[in-house]
Write a protein that binds this ligand. Structure first.
Ligand code: NAP
Length: 249
């Protein structure tokens, strides 16, 4: 049986790697991002490797766009029963300089986005009596200077995950959260730029503080997602897995 997965923020970084991995695992994959055209290279990679994927443009924070996107995915790829809430943005600043817009934008994409997507996909999971949700949190959920908005949103993702696990468990749906540490993507490149450091230097510094001696790659997260959405992971639910090259509390 072919499962259909939706990966939000799938055009690049972690979402692109997750999309490719789930296609390799045999799922039909909806690569969803703000701009459908930006998803095309990932869709082409998947198709070239013999997989099935669809580029979908939608803002996860917009209720109408989310509804239309999920309906289209169900019609074109089949009932979506796997959801990876990965879309994310950063708007870092120290508290005294953080604008209300920067607070609201981060909450909207991460929390409102994950809520809207989960609510839209849940009827398909209920009808299938099977489902998997993975929410991207972060080690920043434990607190991080300059990230009042992002750390609050990422801690919120963990609370959302646990409640989804409790409410949806009766339908054989699991919900788990992955909290990555430093992963080499455009997002961490933007952080390096903000603090005025070369990305290579920033990576080297981060790696020196990580027990396994390197920063993470998008594939490190994709491999963890692959396990959590697998058939065999059905008794793992409501968990937060720190994928950070070392322990985190
Ligand atoms: P990224 O390279 O910046 O990719 C994020 C993707 O999300 C982009 O393609 C972006 O689209 C898309 N997106 C943003 N707002 C959206 C919206 N409203 N609707 C739909 N798509 C939207 O980030 P990443 O590093 O891969 O991060 C992926 C996830 O992991 C995020 O939730 C992030 O917070 C989390 N994470 C990352 C790290 C890290 O070290 N990189 C660590 C911990 C957690 P545009 O290109 O159009 O903006």
């Amino acid at each position: 049986m072919t499962r259909t997965a939706i990966v939000t923020g799938g055009a690049r970084g972690i979402g692109a790697a997750v999309s490719r991995q789930l296609a390799q695992d045999g799922m039909a994959v909806a690569v969803l991002d703000l701009d459908a055209a930006a998803c095309e290279p990932v869709v082409e990679q998947i198709t070239a490797a013999g997989g099935n994927a669809l580029a979908v443009g939608a803002n996860v924070a917009d209720e109408t766009e989310v509804g239309a996107a999920v309906d289209r995915i169900a019609a074109d790829l089949g009932a979506p029963t796997v959801l990876i809430n990965n879309a994310g943005i950063i708007r870092d600043n120290m508290l005294h300089k953080m604008s209300v817009d920067d607070w609201d934008a981060v909450m909207a994409v991460h929390l409102r986005g994950a809520f809207l997507m989960s609510r839209a996909v849940q009827p398909y999971q209920r009808d299938a009596q099977w489902g998997r949700i993975v929410n991207l949190s972060s080690t920043s959920a434990l607190g991080n200077r300059g990230q009042a908005n992002y750390s609050a949103a990422k801690a919120g993702m963990q609370g959302l995950t646990k409640t989804l696990a409790i409410e949806l468990g009766r339908f054989n749906v699991t919900a788990n959260s992955i909290a990555p540490g430093f992963i080499q993507t455009d997002m961490t490149a933007a952080t390096a730029q903000r603090i005025g450091m070369e990305f290579d230097q920033f990576i080297e510094l981060a790696a020196s503080q990580i027990p396994v001696g390197r920063v993470g790659q998008p594939e490190d997260i994709a491999n963890t997602v692959s396990f959590l959405v697998s058939e065999g992971a059905g008794f793992v639910s409501g968990q937060v897995i720190y994928v950070a090259g070392g322990p985190k509390d």
